[in-house]
Design a protein around this ligand. Sequence first.
Ligand code: ATR
Length: 286
Amino acid sequence: MGLHLGLIGHPISHSLSPWIHNQLLKESLLDGDYRLIDFHSTDLSKEHITQLKNMNLHGFNVTVPYKEKIIPFLDDLDNEAKIMEAVNTVVVKQGKWIGYNTDGRGYLRSLNESYPEIMNDKTISILIIGAGGAAKGIYHSLVASGFINIDIANRTPKNAEQIALLKNNKTKTSCYAINEAEMLIENYSIIIQTTSVGMKPKEDGIIMNVDNIKPNTIVSDIVYQPLMTTFLKQAKKKGALLHPGHTMLLYQAQYAFEIWSGYNVNTSRIKARLQRKLEGNGNANR
Ligand code: ATR
Protein backbone atom coordinates (compact mmCIF):
# COMPACT_ATOMS: atom_id res chain seq x y z
CA MET A 1 0.00 0.00 0.00
CA GLY A 2 1.41 3.42 -0.96
CA LEU A 3 1.63 6.51 1.16
CA HIS A 4 -0.63 9.19 -0.33
CA LEU A 5 0.48 12.68 0.60
CA GLY A 6 -0.01 16.24 -0.55
CA LEU A 7 0.27 19.96 0.03
CA ILE A 8 -2.57 22.45 0.36
CA GLY A 9 -1.93 26.15 -0.18
CA HIS A 10 -2.25 28.94 -2.71
CA PRO A 11 -0.24 29.63 -4.80
CA ILE A 12 1.92 26.50 -4.69
CA SER A 13 2.94 25.74 -8.26
CA HIS A 14 6.60 26.59 -7.49
CA SER A 15 6.76 24.60 -4.24
CA LEU A 16 9.81 22.39 -3.68
CA SER A 17 7.84 20.11 -1.32
CA PRO A 18 6.88 17.53 -4.01
CA TRP A 19 10.54 17.20 -4.99
CA ILE A 20 11.68 16.83 -1.36
CA HIS A 21 8.96 14.33 -0.39
CA ASN A 22 9.56 12.26 -3.51
CA GLN A 23 13.22 12.12 -2.46
CA LEU A 24 12.18 11.06 1.06
CA LEU A 25 9.91 8.35 -0.38
CA LYS A 26 12.77 7.11 -2.57
CA GLU A 27 15.32 7.05 0.26
CA SER A 28 12.90 5.23 2.58
CA LEU A 29 12.02 2.71 -0.20
CA LEU A 30 8.33 3.40 0.37
CA ASP A 31 5.78 3.57 -2.43
CA GLY A 32 3.71 6.68 -2.56
CA ASP A 33 2.92 10.02 -4.08
CA TYR A 34 2.81 13.68 -3.08
CA ARG A 35 0.44 15.95 -4.92
CA LEU A 36 -0.10 19.70 -5.06
CA ILE A 37 -3.63 20.71 -4.07
CA ASP A 38 -4.23 24.36 -4.93
CA PHE A 39 -7.77 25.48 -4.00
CA HIS A 40 -7.22 28.82 -5.80
CA SER A 41 -8.78 30.62 -2.86
CA THR A 42 -7.55 32.51 0.18
CA ASP A 43 -10.33 30.96 2.31
CA LEU A 44 -10.73 27.35 3.31
CA SER A 45 -14.36 26.18 3.05
CA LYS A 46 -16.25 23.04 4.11
CA GLU A 47 -16.36 22.09 0.41
CA HIS A 48 -12.55 22.20 0.22
CA ILE A 49 -12.35 19.99 3.30
CA THR A 50 -14.82 17.49 1.78
CA GLN A 51 -12.72 17.38 -1.40
CA LEU A 52 -9.63 16.78 0.69
CA LYS A 53 -11.29 13.99 2.73
CA ASN A 54 -12.36 12.28 -0.50
CA MET A 55 -8.72 12.07 -1.60
CA ASN A 56 -8.06 9.56 1.22
CA LEU A 57 -4.62 10.95 1.97
CA HIS A 58 -2.44 9.60 4.80
CA GLY A 59 -1.27 13.10 5.51
CA PHE A 60 -0.66 16.51 4.01
CA ASN A 61 1.34 19.68 4.44
CA VAL A 62 -0.30 23.05 4.88
CA THR A 63 1.17 26.30 3.67
CA VAL A 64 0.20 29.94 3.16
CA PRO A 65 -2.63 31.03 3.45
CA TYR A 66 -4.12 28.05 5.34
CA LYS A 67 -1.73 27.44 8.26
CA GLU A 68 -4.18 28.99 10.75
CA LYS A 69 -7.38 28.46 8.73
CA ILE A 70 -7.03 24.65 8.83
CA ILE A 71 -7.22 24.54 12.64
CA PRO A 72 -11.07 24.57 13.05
CA PHE A 73 -11.25 21.49 10.79
CA LEU A 74 -8.81 19.40 12.85
CA ASP A 75 -9.70 16.78 15.47
CA ASP A 76 -6.58 17.34 17.56
CA LEU A 77 -3.46 19.50 17.76
CA ASP A 78 0.04 18.62 18.86
CA ASN A 79 1.34 20.81 21.69
CA GLU A 80 3.73 22.83 19.51
CA ALA A 81 1.05 23.59 16.92
CA LYS A 82 -1.30 24.61 19.74
CA ILE A 83 1.25 27.08 21.09
CA MET A 84 2.03 28.46 17.64
CA GLU A 85 -1.64 28.51 16.57
CA ALA A 86 -0.40 27.38 13.15
CA VAL A 87 -0.15 23.98 11.45
CA ASN A 88 2.12 22.91 8.60
CA THR A 89 1.56 19.14 8.81
CA VAL A 90 -1.61 17.06 9.20
CA VAL A 91 -1.60 13.32 9.76
CA VAL A 92 -4.74 11.23 9.24
CA LYS A 93 -4.97 8.59 11.97
CA GLN A 94 -8.00 6.29 12.05
CA GLY A 95 -9.95 8.95 10.19
CA LYS A 96 -8.97 11.71 12.61
CA TRP A 97 -6.99 14.76 11.46
CA ILE A 98 -4.14 15.73 13.80
CA GLY A 99 -2.16 18.96 13.26
CA TYR A 100 1.55 19.52 13.88
CA ASN A 101 4.03 22.31 13.29
CA THR A 102 7.52 21.20 12.29
CA ASP A 103 8.95 24.60 11.21
CA GLY A 104 10.68 25.54 14.46
CA ARG A 105 12.05 22.04 15.05
CA GLY A 106 13.31 21.96 11.47
CA TYR A 107 15.12 25.24 11.92
CA LEU A 108 16.72 24.24 15.21
CA ARG A 109 17.92 20.94 13.82
CA SER A 110 19.49 22.71 10.85
CA LEU A 111 21.24 25.25 13.09
CA ASN A 112 22.46 22.57 15.47
CA GLU A 113 23.80 20.51 12.60
CA SER A 114 25.84 23.41 11.18
CA TYR A 115 26.97 24.92 14.49
CA PRO A 116 26.62 22.33 17.30
CA GLU A 117 28.81 24.39 19.62
CA ILE A 118 26.05 26.97 20.14
CA MET A 119 24.12 24.43 22.23
CA ASN A 120 26.86 24.67 24.89
CA ASP A 121 26.02 28.24 25.85
CA LYS A 122 22.33 29.03 26.19
CA THR A 123 23.09 32.60 27.32
CA ILE A 124 24.35 33.85 23.92
CA SER A 125 22.48 36.82 22.46
CA ILE A 126 20.22 35.99 19.54
CA LEU A 127 18.37 38.40 17.24
CA ILE A 128 15.39 37.27 15.19
CA ILE A 129 14.45 39.62 12.34
CA GLY A 130 10.77 39.41 11.38
CA ALA A 131 7.63 38.50 13.28
CA GLY A 132 5.58 36.26 10.98
CA GLY A 133 4.78 32.56 11.23
CA ALA A 134 8.35 31.41 10.64
CA ALA A 135 9.72 33.77 13.30
CA LYS A 136 7.15 32.48 15.77
CA GLY A 137 8.16 28.85 15.24
CA ILE A 138 11.85 29.65 15.52
CA TYR A 139 11.38 31.80 18.63
CA HIS A 140 9.37 29.07 20.33
CA SER A 141 11.92 26.38 19.50
CA LEU A 142 14.80 28.49 20.81
CA VAL A 143 12.91 29.18 24.06
CA ALA A 144 12.01 25.49 24.40
CA SER A 145 15.70 24.58 23.90
CA GLY A 146 16.69 26.79 26.81
CA PHE A 147 18.08 29.90 25.10
CA ILE A 148 17.40 32.88 27.34
CA ASN A 149 18.49 36.00 25.45
CA ILE A 150 16.41 36.31 22.28
CA ASP A 151 15.48 39.72 20.88
CA ILE A 152 13.14 40.39 17.98
CA ALA A 153 13.35 43.18 15.39
CA ASN A 154 10.46 43.88 13.08
CA ARG A 155 9.06 46.55 10.75
CA THR A 156 6.01 46.55 13.04
CA PRO A 157 7.33 46.16 16.62
CA LYS A 158 3.80 45.35 17.88
CA ASN A 159 3.92 42.08 15.94
CA ALA A 160 7.25 41.25 17.57
CA GLU A 161 5.66 41.81 20.99
CA GLN A 162 3.00 39.23 20.12
CA ILE A 163 5.71 36.64 19.51
CA ALA A 164 7.52 37.56 22.72
CA LEU A 165 4.40 36.39 24.61
CA LEU A 166 5.73 32.86 23.99
CA LYS A 167 8.66 33.42 26.36
CA ASN A 168 9.01 31.51 29.61
CA ASN A 169 10.03 32.93 32.97
CA LYS A 170 13.76 32.67 32.14
CA THR A 171 13.67 34.28 28.69
CA LYS A 172 14.69 37.90 28.23
CA THR A 173 13.34 39.47 25.06
CA SER A 174 13.40 43.07 23.85
CA CYS A 175 11.48 44.07 20.75
CA TYR A 176 12.88 46.65 18.33
CA ALA A 177 12.17 48.44 15.11
CA ILE A 178 14.59 47.39 12.34
CA ASN A 179 16.68 50.58 12.53
CA GLU A 180 16.98 50.32 16.33
CA ALA A 181 18.29 46.75 16.12
CA GLU A 182 20.71 47.79 13.38
CA MET A 183 22.45 50.06 15.88
CA LEU A 184 22.77 47.20 18.40
CA ILE A 185 23.85 44.59 15.89
CA GLU A 186 27.36 44.06 17.29
CA ASN A 187 25.85 42.65 20.50
CA TYR A 188 24.51 39.49 18.86
CA SER A 189 26.17 36.11 18.35
CA ILE A 190 23.36 34.74 16.16
CA ILE A 191 21.19 36.75 13.75
CA ILE A 192 18.23 35.01 12.11
CA GLN A 193 16.52 36.62 9.10
CA THR A 194 12.96 35.24 8.82
CA THR A 195 11.18 37.63 6.43
CA SER A 196 10.76 37.12 2.69
CA VAL A 197 12.96 40.15 1.93
CA GLY A 198 15.71 39.16 -0.53
CA MET A 199 13.71 36.34 -2.11
CA LYS A 200 13.68 35.86 -5.90
CA PRO A 201 12.77 37.81 -8.00
CA LYS A 202 13.71 40.69 -5.65
CA GLU A 203 17.18 39.41 -4.78
CA ASP A 204 18.56 42.87 -4.12
CA GLY A 205 16.32 43.36 -1.09
CA ILE A 206 18.08 43.48 2.25
CA ILE A 207 16.20 43.77 5.54
CA MET A 208 18.99 45.27 7.65
CA ASN A 209 22.53 46.52 7.32
CA VAL A 210 24.91 44.10 9.00
CA ASP A 211 28.15 46.04 8.45
CA ASN A 212 28.73 46.34 12.19
CA ILE A 213 28.39 42.68 13.19
CA LYS A 214 31.28 41.15 15.09
CA PRO A 215 33.36 38.54 13.23
CA ASN A 216 32.18 34.92 13.66
CA THR A 217 28.58 35.95 14.24
CA ILE A 218 26.34 33.17 12.94
CA VAL A 219 24.00 34.67 10.35
CA SER A 220 20.98 32.68 9.20
CA ASP A 221 18.63 33.50 6.37
CA ILE A 222 15.55 31.32 5.95
CA VAL A 223 15.18 32.49 2.33
CA TYR A 224 16.55 29.71 0.09
CA GLN A 225 15.92 31.15 -3.37
CA PRO A 226 18.60 32.34 -3.92
CA LEU A 227 20.62 30.20 -1.54
CA MET A 228 23.19 32.96 -1.10
CA THR A 229 21.03 36.01 -0.39
CA THR A 230 22.31 39.59 -0.49
CA PHE A 231 21.94 39.60 3.31
CA LEU A 232 24.25 36.56 3.63
CA LYS A 233 26.72 37.99 1.10
CA GLN A 234 26.98 41.21 3.07
CA ALA A 235 27.42 39.30 6.34
CA LYS A 236 30.13 37.12 4.77
CA LYS A 237 32.15 40.21 3.88
CA LYS A 238 32.17 41.08 7.58
CA GLY A 239 33.45 37.66 8.65
CA ALA A 240 30.14 36.00 9.58
CA LEU A 241 29.56 32.24 9.71
CA LEU A 242 26.71 31.59 7.28
CA HIS A 243 23.63 29.42 7.66
CA PRO A 244 21.51 29.39 4.46
CA GLY A 245 17.82 28.45 4.39
CA HIS A 246 17.65 25.14 2.50
CA THR A 247 18.32 22.89 5.49
CA MET A 248 15.39 24.31 7.49
CA LEU A 249 13.21 23.54 4.46
CA LEU A 250 14.56 20.00 4.31
CA TYR A 251 14.27 19.23 8.03
CA GLN A 252 10.74 20.59 8.47
CA ALA A 253 9.84 18.21 5.61
CA GLN A 254 11.77 15.34 7.17
CA TYR A 255 9.92 15.74 10.49
CA ALA A 256 6.59 15.82 8.60
CA PHE A 257 7.56 12.66 6.70
CA GLU A 258 8.49 10.96 9.96
CA ILE A 259 5.09 11.83 11.46
CA TRP A 260 3.34 10.29 8.43
CA SER A 261 5.50 7.24 7.84
CA GLY A 262 7.35 6.51 11.07
CA TYR A 263 10.61 6.56 9.07
CA ASN A 264 13.53 8.72 10.19
CA VAL A 265 15.16 9.03 6.77
CA ASN A 266 18.88 9.74 6.47
CA THR A 267 18.81 13.04 4.59
CA SER A 268 22.50 13.58 3.81
CA ARG A 269 22.18 12.67 0.12
CA ILE A 270 18.95 14.66 -0.28
CA LYS A 271 20.65 17.68 1.30
CA ALA A 272 23.48 17.61 -1.23
CA ARG A 273 21.00 17.18 -4.11
CA LEU A 274 18.83 20.05 -2.81
CA GLN A 275 21.85 22.33 -2.61
CA ARG A 276 22.82 21.45 -6.20
CA LYS A 277 19.24 22.04 -7.32
CA LEU A 278 19.06 25.47 -5.69
CA GLU A 279 22.47 26.48 -6.99
CA GLY A 280 21.40 25.34 -10.46
CA ASN A 281 24.43 23.04 -10.64
CA GLY A 282 24.37 19.75 -12.52
CA ASN A 283 21.88 16.95 -12.04
CA ALA A 284 19.99 17.42 -8.77
CA ASN A 285 18.75 13.82 -8.80
CA ARG A 286 22.21 12.26 -8.78
P1 ATR B 1 5.73 33.81 7.31
O1 ATR B 1 4.47 33.31 7.94
O2 ATR B 1 6.16 32.99 6.13
O3 ATR B 1 6.84 34.02 8.28
P2 ATR B 1 4.53 36.41 7.18
O4 ATR B 1 3.59 36.04 8.23
O5 ATR B 1 4.00 37.07 5.96
O6 ATR B 1 5.38 35.21 6.64
O7 ATR B 1 5.67 37.31 7.88
C1 ATR B 1 6.29 38.22 7.21
C2 ATR B 1 7.28 38.95 8.15
O8 ATR B 1 8.16 39.62 7.30
C3 ATR B 1 6.64 40.01 9.03
O9 ATR B 1 7.43 40.17 10.18
C4 ATR B 1 6.73 41.24 8.16
O10 ATR B 1 6.76 42.47 8.86
P3 ATR B 1 5.41 43.15 9.50
O11 ATR B 1 5.09 42.38 10.74
O12 ATR B 1 5.77 44.56 9.73
O13 ATR B 1 4.34 42.98 8.42
C5 ATR B 1 8.06 41.02 7.50
N1 ATR B 1 8.18 41.66 6.20
C6 ATR B 1 7.64 41.23 5.04
N2 ATR B 1 7.99 42.08 4.02
C7 ATR B 1 8.77 43.04 4.58
C8 ATR B 1 9.45 44.20 4.07
N3 ATR B 1 9.41 44.51 2.77
N4 ATR B 1 10.16 44.95 4.93
C9 ATR B 1 10.23 44.62 6.24
N5 ATR B 1 9.61 43.55 6.79
C10 ATR B 1 8.89 42.77 5.97
